[in-house]
Design a binder for this molecule. Structure first.
Ligand code: PLP
Length: 263
């Protein structure tokens, strides 16, 4: 087996199908252990491999190792990969903020959109989907950390927002999504997961969300997220290897033209 290269944050870069198979097996085993610890044995958790910034040749290796869906943060990049990898039997989940002028693209190629957080995006997506005769699975993104730089609805706006979604018949609401506080102290991260779960439970009681999945947990915190009830974990670096760019590159501070909050 070729030598594994250690990069920045301690996640080695996967460069062969065997590397990917190894990383996927490690993550899956950790998911299973976390489920056992939480008394959730036998429950299914979706592992969404996040391939943002990863070149297409390495995504092919991940697909060969068994990945069937990939999460991408930026619409443009996702669309390019969807197009160039159309010979693969894989699906694309958009997990980053949507500018309404990109709704047409998402409606065209995405199997899922996990970052719905405002009425304009819902409206634009629904219109484009209707025109194509398609439906789209969506998660509503919640800002559970209170950090200004994160997109997502404020927690106290979630229930009212969910109430508006049945009028967009092309959107199938699957659950809630969050990016928790980025901290190495997991006990400061857990309250974000717990908050998302409480909101999901409220939405369930109000019959607004069906079963209501919880998409929460990334490379650094997915085991804790599962302990707190995650049904989907979005894992990039632990599968593909460390990214060179800081996370602020992917979650830029919202600008005046694209405010993070619904109007
Ligand atoms: C990048 C990203 C992830 C994955 O983060 P890793 O640290 O690579 O596991 C998960 N969710 C979102 C929204 C992301 O942008």
């Amino acid at each position: 087996m070729p030598e594994r290269v250690e990069d920045g944050a301690g996640y080695p870069t996967a460069r062969t199908v065997e590397d990917f198979a190894h990383n996927l097996a490690v993550v899956s085993a950790r998911i299973e252990s976390a489920l056992r610890r939480a008394g959730r044995e036998g429950e299914a958790v979706q592992l969404l491999p996040v391939s943002k910034t990863v070149p297409e040749d390495r995504i092919r290796l991940a697909a060969a190792a068994g990945c069937t869906v990939f999460g991408e943060n930026k619409v443009q990049e996702a669309k390019r990969k969807w197009h160039n990898l159309s010979d693969l039997d894989v699906q694309w989940s958009v997990i980053g903020h949507l500018q309404t002028n990109k709704a047409k693209d998402v409606a065209e190629f995405a199997a899922e959109f996990q970052a719905l957080d405002n009425a304009r995006a819902a409206e634009a997506l629904d219109r484009r989907l209707q025109a194509l005769g398609r439906q789209l699975d969506v998660y509503v993104q919640v800002n559970t950390s209170g950090e200004q730089s994160k997109y997502g609805l404020p927690p106290d706006a979630v229930i009212d927002f969910l109430k508006t979604l049945p009028s967009y018949s092309a959107l199938r609401v699957r659950g809630l999504m969050t990016i928790a506080l980025l901290s190495s102290d997991i006990e400061r991260v857990r309250p974000c997961f717990r908050l998302l779960r409480r909101l999901r439970d409220q939405a369930r009681e109000a019959d607004l969300i069906g079963d209501g999945g919880l998409s929460m947990g990334m490379s650094g915190d997915y085991e804790a997220a599962i302990e707190e009830g995650a049904t989907c974990v979005r894992v990039g670096q632990a599968i593909f290897g460390a990214r060179a760019l800081p996370d602020s590159h992917y979650w830029p501070t919202p600008t005046a033209e694209e405010p993070p909050r619904p109007q």
